[in-house]
Design a protein around this ligand. Structure first.
Ligand code: ADP
Length: 244
């Protein structure tokens, strides 16, 4: 299988704190990949570097063979990489439908709801809301939804851009068990339809049940990788988590 998203020796320091310390990682096309590791091990910084939100001090990122290291976030999104955020980015005073539509307008919400609302886009937005099981919230403002529903809403917005690779930052964080199941099932379904995933997640049950491949970070770089069956029993992984 071909490498889809690949980083070589990514380094990033914030003042004296080394967040990424030579992260060389390959995520394969067509797989559900998980990126796990203790708090502070560099997972979010890795996502931020890969999506162009922060510049690494050195190193390289390629996507399907093309160098995207210094590209702007919108260019990386256009190349086919979508992402959600740990703290969930939705517009609280906008309805679910408007949130999903805002996600694809040029210039985001600043592009304006005043812009012509294409029928095709509205139909597609409704389809994603249905697919994610939140169609009953179409006209509800995001601030009146549960945390888990807001996360699904954010994901609907990401999927509107039809990304072939989706980075999810803690999709299960703060989500109730019923929605958690739905997120797991959705990821597997969307993967079966051809989308590649990279998921930062602390919920090990979810990670172990949906991942094909797991990369474990510790102190800014991968220390182990492999299928769930291997990672579950890897001593370096246990050591990184338990600090032994
Ligand atoms: P993780 O997502 O695995 O919890 P992070 O990438 O958030 O790890 O953080 C890695 C390290 O970099 C931590 O020590 C964190 O405190 C530090 N760090 C991350 N972002 C910043 C920032 N913007 N300014 C200063 N330090 C940061």
């Amino acid at each position: 299988m071909t490498a889809s998203l690949e980083t070589t020796d990514l380094r990033k320091a914030f003042g004296g704190v080394t967040a990424l310390d030579g992260a060389t990682v390959r995520f394969r096309h067509g797989q559900v990949n998980a990126l796990i590791g203790p708090n502070g091990s560099g997972k979010t910084t890795f996502f931020n570097c890969v999506t162009g939100m922060i510049r690494p001090d050195s190193g390289r990122t390629t996507y399907r063979g093309a160098d995207i290291t210094r590209k702007a976030p919108h260019a990386i999104a256009r190349a086919g990489i979508g992402r959600t955020f740990q703290l969930c980015r939705v517009f609280p005073r906008m309805t679910a439908l408007d949130n999903v539509l805002a996600a694809v307008r040029p210039g985001g919400v600043l592009g304006g709801l005043r812009g012509a609302r294409s029928r095709a886009q509205t139909d597609r937005a409704r389809e994603w809301l249905t697919r994610l099981g939140i169609e009953h919230l179409t006209d509800v403002e995001a601030r009146n939804m549960s945390w888990g529903q807001q996360k699904l809403l954010e994901l609907a917005g990401v999927l509107m851009a039809d990304p072939e690779t989706v980075l999810l930052d803690e999709p299960a964080g703060g989500v109730n068990p019923a929605l958690l199941d739905r997120i797991g099932t959705l990821v597997r379904e969307l993967n079966a339809e051809g989308r590649t995933f990279v998921i930062v997640e602390h919920n090990m049950d979810l990670v172990m049940s949906i991942s094909d491949h797991i990369v474990v970070f510790d102190r800014g770089r991968p220390i182990a990788e492999g299928p769930p069956s291997m990672i579950r029993t890897d001593e370096r992984v246990l050591g990184a988590y338990l600090g032994v």
